[in-house]
Design a protein around this ligand. Structure first.
Ligand code: ADP
Ligand code: ZN
Ligand code: ZN
Length: 739
């Protein structure tokens, strides 16, 4: 038996080794192994088990490290899994270390030799800076490198290549922050976390035994503004004190400079300059490479990042924090379809690390685990300094429509509240999770609706560029002035459906004196834009900020005393069993932006279904109440957290073929699962988004209990079947997106 191994010291190459008979049973793809390399022993990860090798005289694997594969099976090919564990830039090394020539002053006792004027000028710069990149020196002084070489000949300077790290936050000046003294709730939470941190072996042993209560996974349920971050920071400190590192996962959208600064301010000063590494999707390949190696080499011990940071090579690992654990962006929507929160729990178990899942609105799954005692529940029900949670008023938009006639964007109470804030020089945020101006264009004469030619959705009107755009595939066309239907050509075009652009526009007309800004992916072309808008809002240069979910999460602006949710029903009517949960979470998160300073906050929720439980429980800040009624219906309908799900999607350009393949798929899987109890099939049926990017989509949903076995059977079915060339079948275990 042979194994192909990627070395942990040099990931650019793979080498083949012989697997000795005694290790055959324990070596699989993903296993960590000890191998001879030159005169040394090094660590590696098995990436494949090839039949043969182009090389002769292979050496043998010396041993297996750890019991389990490093890579958990997620219904996808191991090559794909490895790719997400090791960032591209690290595997390929094409953007490897950026080596640059540095000039360093050789300061000694020796007399300064006689220099030319030019040389003296250059020398003064070097002397003052001690060390700087050659390129920068040349730019500063306007000298040629010849001049610097002369100085080197004289023994005054040394020119040597040196690695220049691309620190994406290098230009920031961050003031150090001190530990805050915790309030009682925070102190209790921290004490429980550190107790397990100090005795992970005990916890693991207990966990293996009968007492599942002593898990090392915590669910920190803290209301918005309860000070969860301070608990994280001090827990990290405790891990560091034990010589261990930490990973902090935050949703991509919350990985703002503000968030990163809170961690850097605590841990990055003086000799600990490199202690925090940041991993997210906007890093250049080169930056990603540098951060990864900084972690690998142990110079960075704390990693902050979006979902893929859960694989960061922190070793030894003491703590994994998953902030906003309910967020759906933790699920990767393409293969490998892992959920970073679930990987965190598995990794924590494997490496004896404590895992803290934090949220003001925990997912149904995690809260169910906490009530079962699988996770330990930590409660922080009050805000810091006993600040009150904002008063939430639900406004029945059916009445407003009657009173104001037509379809008003702002109810009278919201308008009044906005003018009051402008008068008092307080700030407001308005939230609507839909960008663009109008969401549909219809001809009044013939009924034509502008739809995307590639997808089964209508096009959104963007007024600032006068286009119709598809939010799925990006299709774009100029907005017509007359009906595009050849036989009609009527000018009676009507736009309807509300987007952030129209909210902004209407607001400016309503309050001409107000300074209004909008924040959604249309207004933010560059990453500096994001920082600039938030900066302007923070310094009071903006009165009202309008935005999509970008402004819903994690932002802390003490002067915001009013939050308006323009159209709360939007997320309620999604064809998804989690629509209620999502709406509750969204309303709670958005409301949480109000009243974080000294003045109490107020929230206006505009809704056409004001009595929906998701809206009413959010109004009362009652997470438990919502959980309890929601869990009941989940049980009745056999949905998660009571059953697990596998979502199979069949895609293809020919709708009939897709429908046929989906029928066939159901038969194949049903046959393979004959005799299983408690397995429920739904579909196949056209997906809610029936066509996307020219591909028709059919869904088959399977619910059951023993998902690890079930997913094994499903992936075997998919692999065994010969699908027509133009048909794609994928499996998503525990899907979060049912669209
Ligand atoms: P959460 O993440 O739970 O919404 P934050 O961590 O953003 O809450 O905390 C809200 C505010 O309270 C922050 O400005 C934070 O600095 C402050 N804070 C947190 N803990 C304390 C404390 N023990 N004493 C004083 N202020 C605190
Ligand atoms: Zn028409
Ligand atoms: Zn489209």
């Amino acid at each position: 038996m042979l194994a192909r191994v990627t070395l942990e010291i040099a990931l650019r190459k793979e080498f083949d080794y012989v697997v000795p008979p005694e290790l055959v049973a324990s070596v699989q793809v993903g296993t960590r192994v000890r191998i001879p390399f030159g005169a040394r022993q090094v660590m590696g990860v098995v990436t494949a088990l090839p039949e043969s090798s182009p090389h002769t005289q292979l050496r043998s694997i010396l041993g297996v490290v750890g019991k389990q594969s490093q890579i958990t099976p997620y219904c996808c090919a191991p090559e794909i899994a490895i790719k997400s564990v090791l960032p591209d830039a690290v595997r390929k090394e094409k953007d490897g270390w950026r080596e640059r020539l540095f000039v360093r002053a050789m300061l000694g006792t020796k007399e300064l030799p006689k220099l030319t004027r030019r040389q003296t000028d250059v020398w003064h710069v070097i002397e003052e800076r001690r060390e700087l990149p050659l390129q920068e020196l040349l730019e500063l002084t306007g000298a040629t490198s010849e001049v610097v070489r002369r100085l080197e000949d004289r023994g005054l300077v040394e020119i040597a290549p040196q690695i220049l790290e691309r620190d994406p936050y290098a230009r920031e000046e961050i003031l150090p922050s001190q530990q805050l003294s915790l309030n009682a709730e925070q102190a209790r939470a921290l004490a429980e976390i550190t107790a397990v941190l100090h005795s992970p072996q005990v916890a693991l042993a207990e966990q293996a035994g009968a007492n599942r209560n002593k898990s090392s996974v915590f669910l920190l349920h803290g209301v918005t503004g309860s000070g969860k971050t301070e608990v994280y920071l001090q827990a990290i400190d405790a891990a560091l004190a034990q010589g261990k590192g930490a990973i902090v996962l935050v949703p991509e959208i919350s990985l703002t400079p503000q968030t990163v600064e809170r961690f850097k301010a605590r841990f990055c000063h003086g000799p600990r300059q490199t202690l925090v590494a940041v991993l997210h999707s906007h890093l250049s390949a080169g930056e990603r490479h540098d951060e990864w190696h900084k972690i690998r080499q142990g110079r960075a011990r704390i990693v902050i990042g979006a979902r893929s940071a859960v694989f960061a090579p922190v070793d030894p690992l003491g703590l994994i924090i998953v902030d906003e654990e309910h967020e759906h962006s933790y699920k990767q929507e393409e293969a490998p379809r892992y959920h970073a929160r679930d990987v965190a729990v598995v990794r924590g178990e494997m490496e004896g690390a404590v895992v803290v899942l934090g949220s003001a609105t925990p997912s149904m799954e995690s809260f169910a685990n906490a009530t079962k005692g699988k996770y330990r529940l930590l409660d922080m029900p009050t805000r810091i300094d006993d600040r009150k949670l904002p008063v939430v008023r639900v406004i029945d938009m059916r009445n407003e429509s009657r009173k104001q006639k037509g379809s008003p964007i702002f109810s009278t109470p919201l308008k009044d509240a906005l003018s009051l804030r402008l008068e008092r020089k307080e700030q407001a945020m308005l939230f609507l999770n839909r960008r663009g101006y109008s969401t549909s264009m219809q001809c009044q004469t013939c009924g034509y609706v502008a739809g995307c030619p590639n997808c089964s959705i209508s096009l959104t009107y963007h007024r600032w560029e006068n286009t119709l755009r598809c939010h799925i595939c990006g299709h774009q066309s100029p907005a017509p002035t007359v009906c595009p239907e050849a036989s009609c050509k009527s000018p009676g075009i009507r736009y309807s459906g509300l987007g952030t652009e129209k909210v902004e526009d209407t607001l400016k007309k309503l309050f001409p004196q107000a300074r209004v800004a909008r924040m959604d992916s249309d207004t933010l072309q560059k990453k500096e834009d994001y920082r600039r808008v938030l900066g302007d809002f923070r310094t009071g240069k903006i009165d009202i900020l309008v935005g999509t979910q970008m402004i819903a999460k994690g932002l802390h602006f003490p002067n915001v005393t009013l939050v308006g949710i323009v159209y709360a029903d939007l997320s309620l009517h999604m064809p998804d069993f989690r629509a209620g949960e999502r709406t509750f979470q969204l309303l709670t998160q958005v409301s949480g932006r109000a009243g974080r300073g000294d003045v109490e906050g107020e929230v206006f929720v505009q809704a056409f279904t004001p009595f929906h439980p998701a809206i009413q429980y959010a109004r009362r800040h009652d997470y438990r109440g919502f959980y309890e009624q929601e869990v009941e219906s989940r049980e009745a309908l056999q949905f998660p957290p009571f059953r697990r799900m596998a979502l199979l999607t069949v895609r293809g350009r020919n709708e009939e073929k897709v429908a046929y393949a989906a029928q066939h798929l159901r038969k194949v899987v049903e046959t393979a699962l004959a005799g299983w109890k408690n397995v429920v099939f739904s579909g196949p049926a056209p997906a809610p988004l029936a066509k996307a990017e020219t591909y028709y989509r059919y869904h088959l949903l399977i619910r059951g209990r023993q998902m690890s076995r079930l997913s094994g059977v499903i992936s075997a079915c998919l692999a065994a079947e010969q699908w027509p060339e133009d048909i794609r079948v994928t499996a998503d275990i525990d899907p979060v997106n049912l669209g």
